[in-house]
Ligand binder design. Sequence first.
Ligand code: ADP
Ligand code: MG
Length: 490
Amino acid sequence: MDFNELGLSPAVLRAVQDVGYKEPTPIQREAIPVVLTGRDVLGCAQTGTGKTASFTLPMIDMLSQGRSRARMPRSLILEPTRELATQVSDNFEKYGKHTKLSMALLIGGESMDEQMRVLNRGVDVLIATPGRLLDLYDRGKILLNDVKVLVIDEADRMLDMGFIPDVERIVGLLPPSRQTLFFSATMPPEIRRLADAFLTNPKEITVAPPASPALTVAQALAVVPDEDKREALRRLIRAENVKNALIFCNRKKDVDILHKSLSKHGFSAAALHGDMPQAKRTETLDAFRHDQVRLLVASDVAARGLDIAFLSHVFNFDVPINAEDYVHRIGRTGRAGREGRAFMLAAPEDGPAVAAIEKLIGKPIPRVEVDGMESLELDMSGRRRRRSRAQPREDERKSRGADRKPAEKRRRREPQPKEEPRIETAAPAEAPAPVQAQAPRPSRAEPQRDNRRRKDEGDDKAVVGLGDHVPAFLMRTYKVPARKAEAVEN
Ligand code: ADP
Ligand code: MG
């Protein structure tokens, strides 16, 4: 199918052609004609499937009619992070270059004055993170009663980051007679309920089954002692032909620790997490995109939705707490039909979390050994023996003493890269049938979408899904109408 069958204007089609897209992605193919009719859309498609253009392209055409008034934006796009908001504004610039549309970006960490100046002139498109938008609204600097189109993008990330109360409040400030477009990479029940609250008779579009990694990503899993994971990672990076890689940790604190450790060992590495100032985040991402930094250590929240082309590798330094995050993480490589490689390091106690991932993706992840390192079996009992990687507890250190040297000591004796024996890492693509593939144990394996999710990116400061605030409509018992049970509505 061709872009020019979707009902877009010649000006937008020309911009699309300039960008070089050959044909619309499935979500674009289905969503664009519906958005153009003015109907609400509930779109669910994996990260990297082109959801942004599925709303920006038709919006450019819809907004080319009519005029904006001072401080009253005509459309509003909510994004969970500053990076994602910036990406969407880049999209508007690219696709809207033959159209005269004004746009403002309201994100934390940027100068408020400049953002206000643009807003005061009147904008067609306002792209904002929820917090900054409410901040300006509360100061009376912005009026939302002229918003005709609302986009809630990356809704599942909004939930993870605790933005739902803000989003609800914003939606309450908008005129009810508006078009609402709601996009998410996954559709857990909480997100489904929000969609039902925000949308009116939406066209539901679900493309690829959620949680299916691209076939071009070769996956592998190494099970090593928790305290050896940093060393295992270094060995893997050296053994693999890593052009550039994202390395995921579950906690912000570990992002910092791992980044420092990799740098100390001479790797070109940078860190990205939600606590960093905006300028630093932008600078880090630019350096990574321009190959000035080879390894980017990141948390899920910081990396979600980031569009970084041509990643050769993804390393899961931690087994993600939620199985869906595994698919999102490894989906950062193997994009657009390219080959990618995804390695995960697991400690034995990560057994249940690994089983949950394997159940979700419907197959075992091939096991590999990191040469020269102890390789263990997963423990499926679900017993945690986690401790802070930074500081092993004194009692643990002692109890390990007799048969194991503390990890730090062994590490000091680690040979320098040059003298290191050649490391043979089984290529995941050709990995033999998984050694002792653990049959997933469904009951135990299922990760619970509970408080643990809130630990997603905060060890000390838990990131809260709905926070203390539970909206009234969530407290109501909810019956799924038959129609909604279907993935795709026709
Ligand atoms: P999502 O929001 O679904 O995660 P994005 O909108 O960020 O995905 O798009 C991911 C990448 O795909 C971007 O680099 C974008 O430029 C590219 N892309 C989008 N649409 C097309 C298309 N029709 N053909 C080729 N590449 C596309
Ligand atoms: Mg997106």
